[in-house]
Design a protein around this ligand. Structure first.
Ligand SMILES: [Fe+2]
Ligand SMILES: [Fe+2]
Length: 361
């Protein structure tokens, strides 16, 4: 990726995190857990090529890259937004889209690193198998988000401080389950909800389809985290589980800052404090923020980390509901949407071939 695109040059933002984890071999080659092995089979069968499956010829309008209504812009309705002319609003839309896709991109690199770490730290070979398919998925995600930023948006942002500090904590923790908890459950859970919003409201077809395809993979990754932790957490002591719950509470407080986009406002020299203040009090933004946790809440319940401390924190952040959301059903829906898009694409290609043939006759 060219440094030209960055709001800050990459030389200034290079990042190395010390680890200290233990690599575990497993000599038991014949005994895998059925559910993990069938997830591995699915992971193998559902590989795809971002260069082929997506239509990169689609042109993107930089004045509204995702083709979303202005009501969906986080500062819509604020005095700052109201005082802007169309040129400045177009710049805000462009920078917000670049910032958001940049955070997806950096989160994906984090996922690439975490899934490869899981391959060497997790005890069972069945889990190592699955994690290996995830490594390839995450490389593909880095590839497609990076290409979208480079070819379509022509602008990228550095990693936001909230995501960076959460990644730092997850990657520097040597315990294998903390990689799962931080990445598969929290960071990917939040990302899934954010991808879903773009998939469902963007009218720019490349952004929408790209997110739908990435979600199809991510739904498997969250399922992988659930399967592994659901088996492991009942074996821990109450104190060990409480420590993990506390980690999730802190992470959720950090993550709720993630979509305030402070860096964008500062970079554009717009009054960042006023924007953040407006967003914090906006009902629309509160709803958006609450929706971002829609995948995390039921997963935490599923793995046994949804105690009083967690409930209190969610109430404090303003997130209610989702406890009984059906994760399997959500995953099926993510799969179906991606499959439907494939079908529509194939139909379109077939139609073009027929039209071409008829024209040639
Ligand atoms: Fe990913
Ligand atoms: Fe993932």
């Amino acid at each position: 990726m060219s440094t030209r695109m960055y709001a800050l040059p990459v030389e200034q933002t290079r990042w190395e995190v010390p680890g200290g984890s233990t690599t575990v071999f497993d000599w038991e080659y014949d005994e895998g857990r059925d559910r993990l092995l069938s997830l591995y089979e699915k992971g193998k069968q559902k590989q795809w090529d971002g260069a082929e499956r997506l239509d990169w010829t689609i042109e993107v309008d930089l004045s509204n890259p995702m083709g979303i209504p202005d009501e969906a812009v986080s500062i819509f309705g604020s005095p700052i937004w109201d005082s802007m002319g169309e040129k400045d609003r177009a710049m805000v839309r462009h920078h917000l889209a670049s910032w958001q896709f940049s955070q997806f991109l950096h989160g994906e690199q984090g996922a690439l690193i975490c899934s490869s770490k899981i391959v060497h730290t997790v005890p069972g070979l069945d889990a190592k198998f699955y994690a290996a398919t995830q490594v390839m998925d995450e490389a593909r995600h880095v590839e497609v988000y990076s290409r979208y930023l480079r070819e379509k948006l022509d602008l990228a942002y550095p990693i936001s401080p909230g995501l960076k500090s959460l990644l730092d904590e997850v990657i520097s923790d040597s315990r294998w389950d903390m990689t799962y908890l931080g990445m598969q459950v929290l960071i990917e859970g939040l990302a899934l909800a954010a991808f879903g919003l773009i998939r469902d409201i963007a009218t720019e077809p490349l952004a929408s389809t790209l997110n739908a395809y990435v979600m199809q993979d991510e739904a498997r990754h969250v399922a992988f985290g659930r399967l592994a932790l659901r088996d492991y957490y009942p074996e821990l002591t109450q104190a060990e589980r409480a420590e993990r719950e506390e980690f999730c509470v802190e992470a959720c407080y950090l993550m709720r800052q993630r979509f305030l986009g402070e860096e964008v406002w500062r970079n554009l020299d717009i009054d960042a404090d006023e924007c953040v203040e407006y967003m914090r009090n906006s009902e629309h933004f509160k709803l958006f923020q609450s929706h971002l946790f829609s995948r995390i809440v039921p997963t935490l319940g599923d793995i046994g980390l949804f105690g009083d401390r967690m409930r209190q924190a969610f109430a404090d952040i303003g997130i209610i509901g989702y406890e009984n959301a059906d994760l399997d059903q959500m995953m099926e829906q993510d799969e179906k949407i991606a499959d439907d898009l494939d079908r529509a694409r194939i139909e379109q290609v077939e139609k073009a071939i027929i039209v071409g043939r008829t024209a040639g006759e």
